[in-house]
Ligand binder design. Structure first.
Ligand SMILES: Cc1cc2nc3c(=O)[nH]c(=O)nc-3n(C[C@H](O)[C@H](O)[C@H](O)COP(=O)(O)O)c2cc1C
Length: 200
């Protein structure tokens, strides 16, 4: 049986679709690199009775991630809307279930990075990205950001940071992901995929 092509897991939580759109753009960048696939997965929202109530397959959007999706990846991009300057609970809940992988060093040496969407321009883009990197470091992963050689990072008037892709969605009518933000997402995805091939 042919062995599975290496893949980058694009793992995200999104309530109103902005972070989900960024995941799609990151996957576009990954698919530019021959020999690496993009696997997009989401996580269910959390509530006191999560186990009991939610169907196993979401009504729409990406399938829910299983821990095997994470264990088998060659690289990881984690995405979350900002919640008070930090990642949202559903993604943290999933990451908190990976203690066995930490113990086995399953993710050690693999490249990883973070992406986020916010309501305000200066209300948590950087703090969310930098704090999302902490569990990645605990897993021994190799951090990947976005270099300033990517010109969109110098030209963007909305989201996009050297710490990772970001989107400024606004607090009223949701702003669409801009061309600069899309370019930064795609460059990040391509960079993660190339790093994964180098580090394999
Ligand atoms: C409980 C809560 C807390 C939030 N905290 C922040 C915040 O600290 N800073 C900010 O800019 N936006 C904040 N937001 C706005 C979301 O991050 C923003 O709407 C984001 O684009 C949603 O992404 P999504 O469409 O992927 O769900 C918050 C939203 C909620 C519901």
């Amino acid at each position: 049986m042919a062995s599975e092509a290496p893949y980058i897991l694009v793992l995200y939580y999104s309530r109103t679709g902005q972070t989900a759109e960024m995941a799609t753009q990151i996957a576009r960048g990954i698919s530019r690199v021959p020999g690496v696939d993009a696997r997009i997965r989401t996580v269910p929202s959390v509530s006191p009775d999560t186990e009991a109530s939610l169907p196993a397959v979401p009504d729409d959007g990406a399938p829910y991630a299983g821990k095997d999706d994470l264990a088998g990846c060659s690289g990881l991009a984690i995405g979350s809307p900002t919640r008070f300057g930090n990642m949202a609970a559903p993604l943290k809940y999933f990451l908190d279930s990976t203690g066995d992988m930490w113990l086995n060093g399953t993710l050690t040496g693999k490249p990883a990075g973070a992406f986020t969407s916010t309501g305000s321009l200066h209300g948590g883009q950087e703090s969310t990205l930098l704090t999302m990197m902490v569990p990645l470091l605990h897993h021994g992963m190799v951090l990947c950001g976005v270099p300033y050689s990517e010109n969109a990072l110098n030209e963007t008037t909305a989201g996009g940071t050297p710490y990772g892709p970001s989107h400024w969605a606004g607090t009223g009518e949701q702003q669409v992901v801009t061309d600069h933000e899309k370019t930064i997402c795609q460059t990040f995805g391509e960079r993660l995929a190339r790093l994964a091939l180098k580090l394999r």
